[in-house]
Design a binder for this molecule. Sequence first.
Ligand code: PA5
Length: 442
Amino acid sequence: NEIKLDIMKAAQFLNTDAVTALEPEVKKAHESLENGTCPGNDFLGWLHLPSSITPEILADIKATAQTLRENCEAIVVAGIGGSYLGARAVIECLKNNFEELTPRILFAGNNISEDYLSELTAYLKTRKFGIINISKSGTTTETALAFRLLRSQCEEQRGKEEARKVIVAVTDAKKGAARVTADKEGYKSYVIPDNVGGRFSVLTPVGLLPIACAGFDIEELVRGAQDMEKLCQTAPYTENPAEQYAAIRNLLYRAGKNIEILANYQPKLHYVNEWWKQLYGESEGKDNKGIFPATVDLTTDLHSMGQWIQEGERNIFETVVSVEKSKYTVLFPHDEENLDGLNFLEGKRVDEVNKMAELGTQLAHVDGGVPNIRISVPELTEYYIGQLLYFFEVACGISGNLLGVNPFNQPGVESYKKNMFALLNKPGYEAESKAIRERLNK
Ligand code: PA5
């Protein structure tokens, strides 16, 4: 069983044979990934990562997670962008909507909010906590700031020796502050391979360690990704979900649909949306090109963005991640007075109502001129989430090649950092500081 892609309700907006006709281009784009001839080919370590993960690697990650689980009431995962969103996406998908995990998994280092950090450190004051410091470069301001604060608090609360046992670094093999500190302090550490970029790193310890700390089954997650790796590598064009998804979204883009909205009907998928947005946004938005990745949580956002999607500018298409099977059963209740007129739904599974909302919305959006792609996930389990994430990664690589960009760099991310450092008078930025001040004082 696997996740399935249905592009029928998107392809109907294109010429009849458009998807078929794109096959040679898509195959070439996929082959250039496989052969390592595409732009950014020094960042292809993620492509066959799932099949390279051994039981020994997983056992080691699980052992570290166990140490943290046994010694912590809370584990703070410090990281941003690709060093953050994959772990959060998987954990939020699998955890109960309301009950806290034990130990609690908290996220930091993904903003520069003083109030966030103040409330976090206050919350941790009375709790035994550990830290997973995740940064490939080891110099990212948001993460470094959080780590400075958390590390000294952890050492203060537990003593330096004890703190060492519950601080783990996931970073570059040699360079960056996180590596130097980890080696100097003797923290357990994991390497983010040089050839795996942040947003493609969820199946490295970047994602696997926090997910294991949350108590979820990383073997199953990896098994799902491995099965999807096989499928994407071997399936013919018409049955290859990654190739089909890359094809249809590029055809729609070429037809003027330059915004893709990823939608879900399960609140637990909110952070999968966020992870996807980063993956596609950072990979494709460059050289003045790229589909703008937007996200909605439905049916919630039908009461906010629903109007825009139905009747706004017709430059959008929608991709729905649909979960086939709910974990629990809740029936629509009876009400004696029936003031809301909903007794006709009495006794029906809530999921059936949700599915009809989904189908009704799909038909309405298609009628309204919004091409609709559907990705159907059998259940929200580690195995299928592993499939889903890896599917999106391969499709992203193919899609970026089809678009003609280097999907594996992110030069644009540096611009805000340059200005911020100039404004903050970072040593070495004297000329930039002077220039930016003159510009602001004009
Ligand atoms: O995908 C990427 O490369 C980025 O989003 C990075 O993951 C993000 O900027 C964090 O970088 P680092 O891990 O170096 O702290």
